[in-house]
Ligand binder design. Structure first.
Ligand SMILES: Cc1cc2nc3c(=O)[nH]c(=O)nc-3n(C[C@H](O)[C@H](O)[C@H](O)COP(=O)(O)O)c2cc1C
Length: 228
């Protein structure tokens, strides 16, 4: 059993990476071998639209044909049993690197012959998402973040087990979502312009809710090791 975490934040030890590490610790506690990949360490781009993975008789087997720093990571994920992808929310979406990663992971696993065909991977993968964002939950709800998370979870079904029914993220074995709202953003709030979300509110969240979110990440990581 092997679980890979993908950190789509440029920061290696802040909110996203911390929650991902707890997810990996949870997976390790259940016996998994784990690995963290920091996307911002890698030189890669999104899909080049070369369509090598759509050619008749191609032998890609669900692996993107582009040879760059992401290729060995994609090979490792495909050989693993589960992947947990973490991203900060940037302008109401995942970070640019996370988006490029998703294109490269997922497009080779979609068939233009049959959109609902299982991915041509050696085996399906369990998957989960970690999202972290500055805004409080009430605000994110109002501007459609929960629907965005569900759409992104649905995308990970492409490499997952079971039917690829659009909009059915709650189906058994489907990707779980851990959303961490109202994150603490700087080590010293006094140096930044933060009148909208003042430090007292942030610190309260950091001290009271973040530890709980870390525990949830740990449990989610452990669940990723259960067979599909
Ligand atoms: C370029 C940029 C864009 C951002 N856009 C949003 C946003 O649209 N909504 C939001 O809630 N937070 C936004 N944030 C805040 C981050 O999502 C938040 O601080 C996140 O927890 C950072 O993750 P990290 O601590 O792992 O780096 C943005 C931050 C940056 C740097």
């Amino acid at each position: 059993m092997r679980v890979v975490a993908i950190n789509g934040s440029p920061r290696k030890d802040w909110n996203t990476a911390t929650l991902l590490q707890h997810a990996l610790d949870g997976a390790a506690s259940a016996g998994a071998e784990t690995r963290m990949v920091h996307l911002y360490d890698l030189a890669f781009a999104g899909c080049h639209s070369c369509f090598a993975c759509k050619r008749k008789g191609n032998t890609c087997g669900g692996l993107c044909a582009i040879k760059d720093d992401l290729r060995p990571v994609l090979e490792d994920i495909i050989a693993s049993d589960a992947v947990v992808v973490g991203s900060p929310i940037y302008f109401s979406d995942v970070s640019g690197e996370t988006r490029s990663f998703l294109e490269r992971l997922l497009f080779p696993n979609i068939s233009y012959d049959d959109h609902e065909a299982p991915a041509p991977l050696p085996h399906p993968l369990r998957a989960a998402w970690v999202f972290t964002m500055n805004c409080p939950e009430e605000f994110g709800d109002r501007i459609g973040y929960v629907a965005m998370f569900r759409g992104l979870a649905n995308l990970l079904r492409i490499i997952g087990p079971g039917p690829r029914v659009m909009g059915n993220v709650e189906a058994p074995g489907g990707p779980e979502i851990l959303a961490a709202w109202d994150t603490y953003q700087f080590s010293d709030y006094s140096k930044y312009e933060t009148a909208w979300l003042p430090e007292e509110q942030k610190r309260k969240h950091r001290e009271e809710l973040f530890p709980q979110e870390c525990r949830e990440a740990f449990e989610m990581g452990a669940r990723l090791t259960t067979p599909v």
